[in-house]
Ligand binder design. Structure first.
Ligand code: SAH
Ligand code: SF4
Length: 363
């Protein structure tokens, strides 16, 4: 079987090339062709020796996952569905803002952690994505979006907040992160690449040594009783351990705060007493809060907190001196909002029809 070079970060590619008797600068060249030049085949790589191209054609491929659909929301949010085989698809979302462009990447087909308010979690787990399938999402989006008139990349930030738990697919995610950060890859700053985890403590400890990037933790509750209910992983790594892991991470992180994500679920975790309890919980962890109004999906059993309750909750945190943002719901007309990524092929027809309808309406 041919080797897929998209699975390799620069150190691995350099090693692979050394085994073929090729010099390290060749690996750097190929890396740039694939990730900066968007090349899919070796014949495009015109500055490689013909003999090397022939060798690569014989032994290797640039295996980009196939694109199934590409959609654009009324608000400019874009979504791509990539074919990851055996009837599965994973989703990638681009969110344009004035100061930055953020790409939200998936790490698994489904998710095994079963948070009760998450549509990915409700679907169950299919498999981990390969490093090629993770970085392939950035490859496609980067190719579609390109650079600004000032020659800056349109994608300035990456968040691992799509489908799946990135820390449960540790090795492949770290390889993909390495390619994102590499100057011969996408050259993104560590501060602008964020891993979001529901709280896998041992992997958070590993990441701070292996590939420290910005860290977001899906907190969602102010005490173990509530968190046990909505984030089942909490039974394994309860809040006290999670807070300690956050402090350890900060010792090596490129940013001096953790972002806590907090989904606002009506009547479950959104009361004033919860906000006050949170202040006590995080008092030793430098942090920012990102409140996410719950995005509904069929039969979720939950409702979004009212705007009024979200404001009260936010004000309590802010008055205590915390930086708090309330996440704007983007791209919900194409089911691209947080927690709505389903990505299964069985949904494809419905999604396409919906998009076509929106597209027709907007013309
Ligand atoms: N598995 C990782 C990253 C993917 S989820 C994690 O849990 O952190 C990205 C964020 O969306 C998480 O904070 C997640 O809890 C949140 N989320 C999941 N379902 C949601 C929903 N229905 N509405 C709003 N946010 C949701
Ligand atoms: Fe998995 Fe994150 Fe969804 Fe929980 S919120 S089920 S960890 S994807």
């Amino acid at each position: 079987m041919k080797t897929n070079l998209l699975d390799y970060d620069l150190p691995a590619l350099t090693e692979h090339f050394a085994q073929m008797g090729e010099k390290p600068f060749r690996a750097r060249q190929v890396m740039r062709w694939i990730h900066q030049g968007g090349a899919e085949n070796f014949d495009e790589m015109t500055d490689l020796a013909k003999s090397l191209r022939a060798k690569l054609n014989e032994k290797a491929i640039v295996g980009i996952p196939a694109l199934m659909t590409s959609q654009e929301s009324r608000d400019g949010t874009r979504k791509w569905l990539l074919d990851v085989g055996t009837g599965n698809g994973v989703e990638t979302v681009f969110i344009p803002e004035t100061e930055r462009g953020t790409l939200c990447i998936s790490s698994q087909v489904g998710c095994a952690l079963e948070c009760t308010f998450c549509s990915t979690g409700r679907q169950g787990f299919n498999r981990n994505l390969t490093a090629a399938e993770i970085i392939g999402q950035l490859w496609w989006a980067n190719k579609a979006l390109g650079v600004t008139p000032k020659n800056e990349r349109v994608i300035s930030n990456v968040v691992m907040m799509g489908m799946g738990e990135p820390m449960a697919n540790y090795d492949n995610v770290v390889t993909a992160l390495s390619i994102m950060l590499d100057d011969h890859g996408y050259g993104l700053s560590r501060r602008r690449v964020t891993v979001s985890t529901s709280g896998m403590v041992p992997q958070m400890d590993r990441l701070k040594d292996d590939m420290p990037v910005a860290m977001a933790v899906s907190l969602h509750a102010s005490n173990d009783a509530v968190r046990d209910q909505i984030v089942p992983l909490n039974k394994k790594y309860p809040l006290k351990e999670l807070m300690a892991a956050c402090r350890r991470y900060l010792a090596k992180a490129p940013r001096d705060f953790i972002t806590f994500e907090y989904v606002m679920l009506d009547g479950i975790n959104d009361k004033a007493e919860h906000a006050r309890e949170l202040l006590e919980l995080v008092k030793d962890v430098p942090c920012k809060f990102n409140l996410i109004p719950f995005n509904p999906f069929p039969n979720s059993g939950y409702e979004r907190s009212s705007g009024e309750n979200i404001r009260i909750f936010r004000d309590i945190l802010q008055q205590a001196g915390l930086v708090v943002t309330v996440r704007k719901t983007r791209g919900d007309d194409i089911d691209a909002a947080c927690g709505q990524l389903a990505g299964q092929v069985k949904d494809k027809t419905r999604r396409q029809q919906k998009w076509q309808q929106i597209y027709m309406e907007s013309r």
